[in-house]
Design a protein around this ligand. Structure first.
Ligand code: CTP
Ligand code: MG
Length: 559
């Protein structure tokens, strides 16, 4: 590690230092979770959605004057906030204080004159700023807000400088978590997509769910979206006894068939008319049919689903768990990052454990502490008020929305201790016979023979981790065992006091990110594993830490 950093060219070193300062500044500024503490999940989502409806996304030229740009836009109304980011060009997100400003702005915006092709005249809120060529030079550039996660090299250095493992886990969470502005951009992209889907269903809303809203999103994660056609938050349909009207509707063979047909039409629309939407794929045969595409101006990979209210409820559930105690998010971020660096998870679908499964594993583990750090899902249902009642397709999805009703027991374990115990817990868990059940907060006997059984919190007959095969589960377990081992070594636990801030070796959590000797997917490492006893494997790893750890970490690039 030392050699890697000391050997860097000065210019690269300077760039690295400036990236790290930016991450530090970002970590300090990030108040996403704190500021919203006393609002319900639904209120937070509604507020963000409403802000997005009053916003526009503008592609800007390489050089322009920020003040003149803002003056120009202010003619249409007061600007609440704005920021710039860079993603294959410069973009501005501008939020007005009133929706009327959007209509006014759109009235003064014109369709482009296209010379050799033809334009689809769909007037969206994705605009381009035209700046006179003769006024381009010598303009001060605006500050860009970072939208990508820091590289693993930056993370390792940042963590190595911390004084305790607890500080490392907190710092990792702050460096990786979605920023307020990144969440704004995600809601804006959903809102822009809603305008397209609105051509067919004028009252529809496209809502983000999953890691965009559950408090565990990492910069760069995908945007999961639900096409909400009939008010996801609407309470049960009121049927009066008197005169009433109902809509005549076309019927489909099944709920699934209707969802597939709606998504295929919206997918086509996004593909053909949606500015900036590329690589549209219809994945309609999946258990949960979806349309996948890239939104180029934001750089987001988007998964649009429909008729998926339960997934929004599980996002709310995870959000609540994440809000109850800061250690929850520290643990989830570190376990997910650790798993990603060691290729236990992947963004490509396959037999590996997903981030969602890992999060549920952490929740379950925290329910098992003595005293428990997190309540069971059954407890969250018991605490719910009448307005929290929610039944979706026969599944009781009721959970308390008012977090102040939840009382927690006093558990003073540090995040570092919890992480170590997480590895021990799952390194020894009887996965062959037991299943994970966060509803009861207890392990249950496994209803089927899949390698890993994690009961879906709301659709209780489903297994969240059905995709995981025995090999992938074994890799996870082995890596947990190895990390639990490493956690007991003094070389890992303590930062060497003789090192200066610039030349620290990876220690604590950063040391757990170094390449493993047991988890490699290759045949060679598997053979090696059989031959060597665990203690000598750990020794090899510890030796590699001392000699060349940092080089390997740095070469792996961004996870
Ligand atoms: N989901 C589910 N059952 C699964 C997989 C996913 O109910 N087997 C729901 C969860 O609510 C999850 C959401 O779908 O949060 C989105 O799934 P995914 O994108 O895989 O997970 P995220 O939580 O968004 O995590 P990330 O995208 O960061 O990996
Ligand atoms: Mg996701």
């Amino acid at each position: 590690f030392d050699r890697f950093y000391l050997g860097l060219e000065t210019q690269t070193q300077r760039r690295l230092t400036s990236t790290i300062s930016a991450i530090k500044a970002q970590a300090g500024n990030n108040t996403v979770t704190k500021a919203k503490e006393n609002k319900t999940f639904q209120a937070i989502q509604e507020e963000r959605r409403e802000q997005a409806e009053r916003s526009v996304l503008i592609s800007c030229p390489p050089k322009f004057n920020e003040n003149k740009f803002l003056d120009y836009l202010s003619k249409h109304g007061t600007i609440n906030k704005h920021f710039f980011y860079s993603s294959y060009g410069t973009y501005a997100v501008v939020e007005f204080s009133s929706e009327e400003s959007i209509s006014s702005l759109k009235e003064s915006t014109h369709l482009p004159a296209v010379e050799h092709e033809a334009a689809v005249p769909f007037k969206s809120r994705l605009l381009s700023l035209k700046w006179p060529g003769n006024q381009m030079n010598n303009q001060p550039m605006p500050t860009f807000q970072e939208q990508s996660p820091p590289s693993i090299g930056d993370i390792s250095q940042l963590l190595s400088e911390k004084d305790s493992i607890d500080e490392q886990l907190q710092c990792l969470t702050e460096a990786l978590q979605l920023t307020e502005k990144n969440i704004n951009l995600r809601f804006l992209v959903c809102s822009l997509l809603g305008d397209i889907a609105g051509a067919y269903f004028p009252e529809c809303i496209i809502r983000p769910f999953g890691s965009t809203v559950n408090g565990f999103g990492k910069l760069g994660c995908d945007v999961d979206m639900i096409l909400d056609l009939d008010g996801i938050y609407a309470t049960s349909q009121k049927k009066g006894s008197g005169l009433s009207l109902e809509y005549q509707v076309k019927r489909g063979a099944s709920e699934r068939a209707v969802t597939q047909s709606i998504l295929s039409v919206i997918g086509k629309c996004v593909d053909q008319f949606g500015p900036g939407c590329v690589g549209v794929q219809n994945i309609l045969q999946a258990r949960c049919p979806l349309v996948r595409f890239s939104h180029q101006p934001s750089g987001f990979q988007c998964d649009l689903t429909a008729n998926n209210r339960v997934a929004m409820k599980s996002s709310e559930l995870l959000f609540i768990y994440g809000q109850l105690d800061p250690r929850v998010r520290h643990l989830v971020f570190s376990v997910r990052y650790w798993a990603r660096v060691h290729s236990i998870t992947s963004s490509i679908p396959g037999a590996w454990i997903t981030n969602f499964s890992l999060t549920v594993l952490v929740v379950f583990f925290l329910q098992q502490r003595s005293p428990p750090i997190l309540p069971t899902l059954d407890r969250l249902t018991e605490l719910a008020g009448p307005s929290d009642k929610c039944v979706i397709e026969g599944n009781d999805c009721t959970i308390v929305s008012d977090l102040s009703k939840i009382t927690l027991q006093k558990n003073t374990d540090t995040s570092a201790k919890l992480l170590q115990e997480f590895f021990e817990f799952y390194g020894n868990f009887p996965f062959n016979k037991a299943s994970i059940n966060i509803r009861k907060g207890k392990e249950q006997s496994k209803p089927e023979t899949t390698a890993l059984y994690i009961q879906n919190p709301f659709e209780t007959t489903l297994n969240v981790s059905k995709n995981v095969n025995a090999t992938q589960l074994e890799r996870f377990v082995k890596l947990c065992q190895e990390s639990a081992w490493l956690f007991q070594k003094s070389e890992i636990l303590n930062r060497s006091s003789s090192q200066s801030a610039e030349t620290v070796s990876p220690w604590g959590f950063s040391a757990l990110l170094l390449p493993s000797v047991t988890s490699g997917a290759g045949v060679k490492s598997r053979r090696k594993r059989k031959l060597e006893p665990a203690s000598s494997r750990i020794k090899t790893l510890l030796d590699s830490l001392k000699i060349k750890g940092g080089e390997t970490v740095a070469k792996k690039g961004s996870a």
